[in-house]
Design a protein around this ligand. Structure first.
Ligand code: NDP
Length: 409
């Protein structure tokens, strides 16, 4: 039987997913990588050969040019590739088109980010209800599996929530998802993924789930200091994030929040850019009559995120601080992963941020292929059994660890 996987997007995350699918091509079959720029796909394939990551050498890697906003072209490529699974690692604006194509071509759909409309307008909470969840009936009617948000955050952190419910808690009060990159790329200022996506995300008003209701605050207005395992104490800021938009629906907890670590230097640079208008997407006119969006200029000046990997040192720590009750007693634990930038580069020529996001969708593709996660409907990660996913990630470079009593403040 042919399985075959089509990966859409050949950026940092798509490249890691391609390496990991290639390492498991005895299960996943032929691997196709497509993006609008064919050369990006070819570079990923060269990297896979350079690192000798193709397990079954009799199965090929294929590069294809595709605009994933074009539904019929995407459906045609799925069919031509004989792909049973599509891993969407292109821009989040492509989600709905790629879903349509999967429905048309009867392929499993996996992604790692919630859909974004073309203008990044603020949307009602939860975000998934505005786009993806409207397609639930269609996926169920055709018995097609769609797994939403199966990166690290969202993704693995959702599985950590399901794992905590399944094995460790009778009642959960709070889930605080915390993500810190304690690495060093050696530049004065750089973003780890697309600057427009990254800087917009940080500038947005913060939506979070607290005391069983949606609340909102301005960016960087709430922070705490947390003592992470291995990487030590870091200041983290409350942020809006995709997983907060599914977890309250499927996990019974009073509060679910997302926090991200930023250094004072990063926040200072960000504030200067924002306060002088350089984060705006609205075009301005220069003295020479040139119309240009300031954020595009900032992006053009910053290092290309994919160029950071070779020099990146240090580690990331992403995990869930969970408080609640077990057997009538108060319980608290931090479930987490540590990932090392240099080790990731050694294995797949990427930094840890792309690695943590790119390994999970490859693991999910394997679980769908072997039937363990073949839900035959649309699900978020926390709706699935977390055990096979966590077991597989333990062997694929993202081991889960648990600290029983957290030392954060
Ligand atoms: P990049 O910007 O590095 O790469 C995006 C890729 O998609 C590029 O190859 C781009 O190439 C391609 N692409 C964009 N639009 C289209 C299109 N219309 N058709 C075909 N290809 C397209 O992004 P990342 O690799 O950093 O991120 C990929 C995804 O992963 C994003 O959705 C991001 O939000 C998500 N992510 C998830 C994380 C998680 O833990 N859940 C963490 C980090 C990222 P080209 O322009 O040539 O087409």
């Amino acid at each position: 039987m042919t399985r075959n996987v089509l990966i859409l997007g050949a950026g940092g995350v798509g490249s890691v997913a391609a390496h990991k699918c290639a390492q498991n091509n005895d299960i996943l079959g032929e691997i196709f990588i497509a993006s609008r720029t064919l050369e990006k796909c070819e570079r990923v394939i060269e990297s896979i050969y350079r690192k000798d990551n193709l397990k079954d050498k009799s199965r090929n890697l294929h590069a294809r040019r595709l605009d994933a906003m074009d539904v019929s072209a995407t459906a045609r490529l799925i069919e031509q590739a004989g792909a049973e699974t599509v891993i969407n690692l292109a821009s989040p604006q492509c989600n709905m088109s790629i879903m349509e194509a999967c429905l048309e071509a009867n392929a499993t759909y996996l992604d790692t980010a919630v859909h974004e409309g073309p203008f990044r307008e603020p949307e009602p909470y939860p975000w998934y209800a505005n786009w993806e969840w409207k397609k639930k009936d269609l996926f169920a009617a055709k018995g097609i599996t769609a797994i939403l948000g199966v990166g690290f955050d969202p993704g693995v952190v959702n599985a950590y929530c399901a794992y905590a419910v399944k094995h460790h808690f009778d009642r959960i009060e709070t889930i605080d998802i915390m993500d810190v990159n304690a690495g060093n790329h050696g530049h004065f200022f750089a973003t780890n993924f697309d600057p427009e996506t990254n800087l917009n995300e940080i500038a947005e008003d913060v939506g979070y789930w607290e005391d069983r209701q949606w609340k909102e605050c301005s960016p960087h207005s709430k922070s705490r200091t947390f003592a992470f395992p291995v990487v030590g104490e870091h200041k983290v800021y409350l942020m809006g994030h995709d997983e907060i938009h599914s977890l309250p629906t499927f996990v019974n907890a009073d509060s679910i929040r997302f926090w991200m670590g930023f250094s004072d230097h990063y926040i200072n640079c960000f504030n200067v850019l924002r306060n002088i208008g350089l984060l705006s997407c609205e075009p301005v006119t220069t003295a020479e009559g040139l119309k240009v969006a300031p954020l595009s200029v900032v992006k053009a000046c910053l290092p290309d995120p994919s160029s950071l990997a070779p020099r990146y040192t240090g580690k990331t720590c992403i995990g869930n601080l969970i408080k609640g009750e077990k057997d009538g007693k108060e319980s608290e634990m931090f479930i987490y992963n540590i990932c090392d930038h240099q080790e990731c580069y050694g294995e797949v020529e990427s930094q840890a941020i792309s690695y943590t996001a790119g390994v999970p969708p490859a693991a999910a593709a394997i679980l769908v292929a072997n039937g363990e996660w073949n839900a035959q409907r649309m699900v978020n990660v926390e709706e699935l059994d977390p055990d096979p996913f966590i077991d597989l990630l333990n062997t694929m470079g993202l081991p889960m660890q648990i600290r029983d009593s957290a030392a954060g403040s």
